[in-house]
Design a protein around this ligand. Structure first.
Ligand code: NOJ
Length: 528
């Protein structure tokens, strides 16, 4: 990639805000848009380039906003359209792009489209959703399973048919084979882009089209006992259908009607299928989210292998990306441990491709234990006790040591992490060796070091403990060495100078050739 030819979503770092938990401005215990505006200076200091905000639209909140009842307004909990415009303007003035969450696969059951659709078989909106007759014995039309437990089909007494819902029964799937549905959602996209939003993260983009013959999904031979029940089947016929690519290409065309916007797709698929979402001739998503790091064993050879497989699978000219955390997966600091979370930060911000950070990971927020009577997440409520709950990674941002961590003056909607008095943004910002300071330095270094953004990715021979690679651009190279273990390690890297260590205490150190790493240490070296 040539620096001169690059665009903001290639060179920049994306920061995901889960709006319910970022900053409350009115004391109701739930974050809101004015709260985000108040925290823009923090984001500017952190150095990120774009914010992606999880859904802020009217919704009965059965799935905390991923069940939308009006695509072109703001939920009063978060504010008003005027508040949104003010946020957009303030963000843009701060040099931050704003990416919205588009949830086109399903609506809320309270969306007027669905209310019409379920009201009678001949309602004009009937075919906007996926309605099927029962099997002769009255059972569901296929064996497809909801990701949140149980059958994906809900019988509707009034009209004697089932409707399909890949998630909650309160989230009926739209029928993307219907051109009117497509046009309606494309108009939604235009509505927000005309207002000035810089792009979309598209929820479950690989789910949009289902099998036209409604064939049963096969059993999953690799199902692991104790995993969520929907994994007992392979989603062969209910997701990632070939025709999905046509829809993604159409969405991309809509995005391309406006200048300089980005289309990001949420795709949980193996690497070979994931990269299909760049589309034919790269006419699909600019960035199909790469979640490989969210589930990879935290072991240098495994990570080296997955980077190599991803790099090899990318279509020519496709821009890579990496994600370390999101609102659906356990916090990275808990997944890999506190010591390794610094190594993870360095990995994310030195790999080739756009990095996406999840709010709070930059201050090392951990998965917060949620007592049974505190559970909010519908996934945990439907499939309890096997560890699928997502509340623990959605707890309020830990801003300061004061009551409720400065998140709210009211009662927070989810409990705070009990470490917030020490681990908070204010305390960590003034600590020259904190993880927050590390994030700030890494983001700034990435910004001023073209090798880290545009350079090639050249792996060095992987050791058991250390993952090492060079990034080279314009004949200049930096070397990244990451010790995935608690034991010291050494490797030969060539002569250079330390730019940053995860411990933030080696800047400027001369590297004669061999490089010594402490346990859990990562180092970036400018090679001579
Ligand atoms: C993916 C979202 O990230 C998740 O939070 C949501 O529950 C499902 N899609 C359904 O919209």
């Amino acid at each position: 990639m040539n620096k001169a030819a690059s665009v903001w979503w290639q060179a920049g770092t994306i920061y995901q805000i889960y709006p319910r938990s970022f900053q409350d401005s009115n004391g109701d215990g739930i974050g809101d848009l004015k709260g985000i505006v108040g925290r823009l200076p923090y984001l500017r200091q952190l150095g990120v380039d774009a914010i992606w905000i999880s859904p802020i639209f009217p919704s009965p909140m059965a799935d905390f906003g991923y069940d939308i009842s009006d695509y072109i307004d703001i939920h009063p909990l978060f504010g008003t359209l005027d508040d949104f415009d003010a946020l957009l303007e303030a963000a843009h003035e701060s040099g931050l792009k704003v990416i919205l969450d588009l949830v086109p696969n399903h609506t809320s059951d309270e969306h007027p489209w669905f209310v019409g659709s379920r009201s009678s078989r001949d309602n004009p909106k009937r075919d906007w959703y996926i309605w099927r007759d029962p099997k002769p014995d009255g059972s569901a039309p296929t064996n497809w399973l909801s990701e949140f437990g149980g059958s994906a089909w809900q019988y509707d007494e009034a009209t004697g048919q089932y409707y399909y819902h890949a998630f909650l029964d309160r989230q009926p799937d739209l029928n993307w084979r219907n051109p009117d549905v497509r046009d309606a959602i494309y108009e939604v996209m235009r509505f927000w882009m005309r207002r000035g939003v810089d792009g979309f993260r598209v929820d479950v983009i690989w789910h949009l089209i289902k099998d036209d013959q409604f064939r049963d999904n096969p059993a999953n031979p690799n199902y692991v006992a104790g995993r969520p029940p929907h994994e007992t089947l392979v989603t062969l016929y209910s997701a990632d259908r070939p025709e999905t690519q046509d829809v993604v290409a159409e969405m991309r065309q809509v995005v391309d009607e406006f200048e300089d916007r980005v289309l990001i797709g949420e795709v949980y698929l193996p690497i070979d299928r994931l990269v299909a979402y760049y589309g034919e001739n790269l006419g699909g998503a600019h960035l199909p989210f790469n979640f490989a790091l969210l589930s990879a064993p935290w072991h240098a050879p495994d990570i080296a292998d997955l980077i190599a497989r991803y790099e090899a699978a990318l279509p020519l000219g496709a821009w890579p990306n990496w994600v370390l955390g999101n609102h659906d997966r356990p916090r990275v600091a808990t997944r890999v441990g506190e010591a390794q979370s610094r190594v993870a930060a360095m990995l994310l911000l030195t790999l080739r491709g756009t990095p996406t950070l999840y709010y709070g990971d930059e201050i090392g927020m951990k998965q917060v234990p949620i007592a049974p009577d505190q559970v909010q997440d519908p996934f945990e409520k439907n499939v309890p006790g096997i560890g699928v709950g997502r509340d623990g990674c959605r707890t309020p941002m830990q801003w300061a040591s004061e009551t409720h961590a400065g998140f709210t003056s009211g009662v927070p909607w989810l409990p705070l992490g009990d470490d917030y008095r020490e681990n908070n943004a204010v305390a960590l910002a003034v600590d020259p060796q904190s993880i927050l300071t590390l994030y700030v330095k890494l983001i700034a270094l990435r910004k001023r070091t073209p090798e880290l953004v545009f350079g090639s990715y050249d792996p060095m021979e992987t050791q058991e403990a250390v993952l090492a690679y060079r990034r080279t651009y314009d004949d200049q190279s930096v070397l990244i060495a990451l010790n995935f273990t608690g034991e010291p390690a050494s490797l030969h890297v060539g002569a250079g100078e330390v730019l940053v260590s995860t411990e933030l205490d080696r800047e400027g150190e001369n590297v004669p050739g061999p490089l010594e790493l402490r346990g859990n240490e990562g180092v970036i070296v400018r090679l001579r």
